[in-house]
Design a protein around this ligand. Structure first.
Ligand code: IPM
Ligand code: MG
Length: 368
């Protein structure tokens, strides 16, 4: 059988430097675990615009459709702020999500014991936190038509459309219920059914999928604003949260901060199964390109490495290797090693991006 294939799109800002550390892990798996990947690399975002005048070349898009999984770093930077909207770095990312039809975005928010004091909330509120936000990723207000800036009378009007079909809601609801079955068996669905028709439909469809296909999973519904409040008040009440594209964008940043650092959070974006049975998939850290610290060796590579752990688990059926990698990260954190983003108010001496990657490799070696 051919080796599984990976396309690395490191992107802009800190993307390339955190991806170097992921490459170390990939090489380690090949050398020490006999798990060899065929890795190719290409451009996305601002660097792709610089090279090709577009944030995602058609050839790159085609390659992304062929491989078993895409690993993405981050896109964007101040250099590209003035670009026309249609060629902004983010458009490259959104094109990948849309054309690969990656409708289920899994964003786990887990609080590592060693980092519980980094949260802006009290230790007892976040310690042991383990929630999974399932964000719908290919529809809603991010893609709905009509959209644009139009002229109406003597002024301009900006329009975006929140639009969800029943099938779009049902398929992401199924992803959430399937995940819940393998976790604590609870799903909370969030929308704004009190003000939005799309929210009313969302609630109805999620309830119907539940009643017909997953009656044994505990389902609750919450308005997304109340959900934001509950996430900060008592986050451990949640197991799986399923929500739309825009609310999911907001709530996942909020959940990220509960865990202490955006530099720690991975994500998986999954679509329908391909011919080989693997889901269409892209893995990326939740953090952005952080242009303010790019190129200085300050970035935390853990979110990107944990995203690769999710690839091992969800694309390559290598749950044991994913566990090993996650445990290696826990060990390194428990040993007190910290990148600059993980320095508390009391300070300390941070290690570099590369040193963090090497420490994780050391913990992997020690695990054998
Ligand atoms: C995210 C990001 C993206 C989004 C941006 C970069 C387009 O914030 O993945 O959460 O809004 O989806
Ligand atoms: Mg976001």
């Amino acid at each position: 059988m051919a080796n599984p294939s990976l396309l690395i799109l490191a992107g802009d800002g800190i993307g390339p430097e955190v991806m170097v550390e992921v490459r170390k892990i990939i090489d380690w798996l090949g050398a020490r675990r006999g798990l060899v990947f065929d890795v190719s690399e290409d451009l996305v975002g601002g660097c792709a615009y610089d090279a090709h005048g577009t944030p995602l070349a058609d050839a790159t898009m085609a390659r992304a459709q062929e491989v078993d999984a895409v690993l993405l770093g981050a896109v964007g930077g101040p250099k590209y702020d003035a670009l026309d909207f249609s060629v902004k770095p983010e458009r490259g990312l959104l094109r990948l999500r849309k054309e690969m039809d990656l409708y289920a975005n899994l964003r786990p928010a887990q609080c590592f014991a060693a980092l519980a004091d980094f949260s802006s909330l009290k230790r007892e509120i976040v310690e042991g936190l383990d929630i999974m936000i399932v964000r719908e990723l290919t529809s809603g207000v991010y893609f709905g038509e009509p959209r644009g800036i139009f002229t109406e009378g003597n002024e301009r009007v900006g329009i975006n459309t929140q639009r969800y079909t029943e099938s779009e809601i049902a398929r992401v609801a199924r992803s959430a219920f399937e995940l819940a079955r393998r976790r604590s068996n609870r799903v909370c669905s969030m929308e704004k059914a009190n003000v939005m028709e799309s929210g009313i439909l969302w609630r109805e469809v999620v309830q119907k999928v539940h009643d017909e296909e997953y009656p044994e999973v505990e389902l609750s519904h919450m308005y997304a604003d109340a959900g934001a409040m509950q996430l900060t008040r008592r986050p451990k009440q949640f197991d799986v949260i399923v929500t739309d594209n825009l609310f999911g964008d907001l709530l996942s940043d909020l959940a990220a901060m509960l865990t202490g650092s955006l530099g720690m959070l991975p994500s998986a974006s999954l679509g329908a199964p391909m011919a080989n049975g693997r889901p269409k998939a892209m893995y990326e850290p939740v953090h952005g390109s952080a242009p303010d610290i790019a190129g200085q060796g300050k970035a935390n590579p853990i979110a990107c490495i944990l995203s690769f752990a999710m690839a091992l688990r969800y694309s390559f059926d290598q749950g044991a290797e994913a566990d090993r990698l996650e445990r290696a990260i826990e060990t390194v954190l428990a040993d007190g090693l910290r990148t600059a983003d993980l320095m508390g108010p009391e300070g300390g001496s941070p290690i570099s991006t590369g040193a963090m990657g090497d420490a994780i490799l050391g913990a992997l070696d020690a695990s054998l």
